[in-house]
Design a protein around this ligand. Structure first.
Ligand code: PLP
Length: 397
C-alpha cells in the first residue's frame, strides 16, 4: 500500500480556521464588544419564495407513489429536462446558443473544479491565477500536476493576461474573481481564448459570480467570446446566484464542439459522471428550475441588488479614504490594499482590535495577496454601514 503522496505536499488550509480562531479569542477576551464580520463568504439572504414553493411541490410529489422519483433520468446527464431547459434559455438570453446535451447538472461548482481534472493527464501543466479561490491549486496538487501561476497584481488590476512564453495545457480562470472582485471584459477574455486555441489548451472557466455582472462590456459567460466553445468548459453555480450554498446545485457546460486528440470532452465527461456521480436530488433540481423563471429571476435579483448596495457602500467609503481597491462593482468582493504598508495579518489584527471588524487576509489566497485584504458584501445593510463607519473613523484618525 502506498499513499497518494501528493496530499503531503498540500499546504494547510489555515486561512479560515485562523480567522475563526483569532476572532473567537478576541470575543472571549472582550465579550462586551460587538464584532462585525465583513469576512462572510457565504450568502445570508434566504431562498427566493418561488424556489421554496417549487421545492415544497417537489417534496409532495416524492411522497406520493404516482409521482415518486428515484434516480435521475438516464440519458439526460442526470438533469431533469425542466431544469436543463431553463439553463439553456438563460444562456440564450446572454446571446449564447447551447443544447441541453452541453449541460451537466452538478452539486455545485466546487466539486467539478477538481473533478474535471480527471479528464486530463497528470503530465499536463496547469496555469492558475494568483490570487484566486484555493480549490484549483489544492485539487491539482493532489493530482500531482505541474503548476504555473499567472500573477494578479496592482499593475494589471489583478487581471493577469497570457504570456506567450508560458506553455500551459489547462488554464483556470475565475471571473468575477474570488477574492479580488476583478472581472474580465469580453475583449480580455478573447485574448485568453485565442491563447488557449493556439496552444491546444483547455480553459476551466469559473463563472460562480457571473450574476453580479451588471455591465455589458464584461462577460457573463466565456461563450460570449468567439471560439470559446472550442476551448472552454464553464462552471456555474446556484450558490451565490440564488442562495443555494446549503441546498447544493450547479451546472457545468462541456460544449460538444470541444474536442482534443480527436475525442469529444462532452462524451468523456458524460462517461466519467456515469461512473462516479449519481446526480442531484429531484427536490433540489426543481428548486433550481424555479431560479431562471421570470418570477424567480425577479426575486433573486432583489437579493443580488441588496448585496450590490453593500458593495457600493464599501467601495464609496474606500474611495473617499483614498484606499486603492478592486471589485465591488461587478462582484460581491472588495479587495483593498492594506493601509500604511501593513501586511495582511497585521491589518487583520489592527482592524479586529481597533474597529472590531473582521475581514479576510489576502495572503491566504496566494503569494500576490500579501498586503491586501478581502471585504465582502454578503452581510446585512446595517452591519455593513456600521463596519464601514468604524473603518473610516479608524483610518481617518
Ligand atoms: N468557485 C468560486 C470562485 C467560489 O468562490 C466558490 C465558493 O465560494 C465556489 C466556486 C464554490 O461554489 P459551490 O457552492 O457551487 O460549490
Amino acid at each position: 500500500m502506498q499513499l497518494n503522496r501528493n496530499f503531503l505536499r498540500l499546504k494547510n488550509s489555515y486561512l479560515f480556521s485562523a480567522v475563526a480562531e483569532r476572532t473567537a479569542a478576541y470575543r472571549k477576551a472582550h465579550p462586551e464588544r460587538r464584532l462585525i464580520r465583513l469576512s462572510i463568504g457565504d450568502v445570508t439572504r434566504p431562498l427566493a419564495p418561488a424556489v421554496v414553493a417549487a421545492m415544497k411541490r417537489a417534496a409532495d410529489e416524492m411522497g406520493r407513489s404516482e409521482t415518486f422519483r428515484g434516480y435521475a433520468p438516464s440519458g439526460t446527464r442526470m438533469g431533469y429536462p425542466s431544469l436543463l431547459g431553463t439553463i439553456v434559455e438563460s444562456y440564450a438570453r446572454k446571446g449564447v446558443a447551447l443544447g441541453e446535451e452541453d449541460v451537466f447538472i452538478s452539486d455545485g461548482a466546487k466539486s467539478d473544479c477538481g473533478n474535471l481534472s480527471d479528464l486530463f493527464s497528470a503530465d499536463n501543466t496547469v496555469l492558475i491565477p494568483d490570487p484566486v479561490y484555493p480549490a484549483y491549486l489544492d485539487t491539482n496538487v493532489m493530482a500531482g500536476r505541474r503548476i504555473v501561476f499567472a500573477d494578479g497584481t496592482e499593475e494589471n488590476g489583478f487581471l493577469p493576461m497570457p504570456k506567450r512564453d508560458v506553455r500551459a495545457d489547462l488554464i483556470y480562470l475565475c471571473s468575477p474573481n474570488n477574492p479580488t472582485g476583478a472581472a474580465y471584459t469580453r475583449e480580455e477574455l478573447k485574448v485568453w481564448v485565442d491563447y488557449a486555441l493556439e496552444n491546444d489548451a483547455v480553459i476551466l472557466y469559473d463563472a460562480a459570480y457571473e450574476f453580479f455582472i451588471g455591465e455589458e462590456a464584461f462577460a457573463r459567460s466565456i461563450y460570449q467570446v468567439e471560439g470559446a466553445k472550442q476551448c472552454a468548459i464553464e462552471l456555474c453555480s446556484y450558490s451565490k446566484t440564488a442562495g443555494f450554498t446549503g441546498v447544493r446545485c450547479g451546472y457545468t457546460v462541456v460544449p460538444r464542439e470541444l474536442v482534443r486528440e480527436g475525442v469529444s470532452l462532452n462524451r468523456l465527461w458524460e462517461r466519467r459522471q456515469a461512473a462516479k456521480f449519481n446526480g442531484v436530488s429531484y427536490v433540489t433540481q426543481m428548486g433550481a428550475a424555479a431560479v431562471f423563471t421570470e418570477e424567480g429571476e425577479r426575486q433573486i435579483g432583489e437579493a443580488i441588488a441588496y448585496y450590490r448596495e453593500n458593495a457600493a457602500l464599501i467601495s464609496d467609503v474606500l474611495a473617499r479614504l483614498g484606499i486603492p481597491f478592486t471589485g465591488g462593482k461587478n462582484s460581491p468582493y472588495i479587495w483593498m490594499k492594506c493601509p500604511q504598508g501593513m501586511d495582511s495579518w497585521t491589518f487583520f489584527d489592527y482592524l479586529l482590535n481597533n474597529a472590531n471588524v473582521v475581514g479576510t487576509p489576502g495572503s491566504g489566497f496566494g503569494r500576490n495577496g500579501e498586503g491586501y485584504f478581502r471585504l465582502t458584501a454578503f452581510g446585512t445593510h446595517e452591519d455593513t454601514a456600521e463596519a464601514m463607519q468604524r473603518i473610516a473613523k479608524l483610518l481617518e484618525a
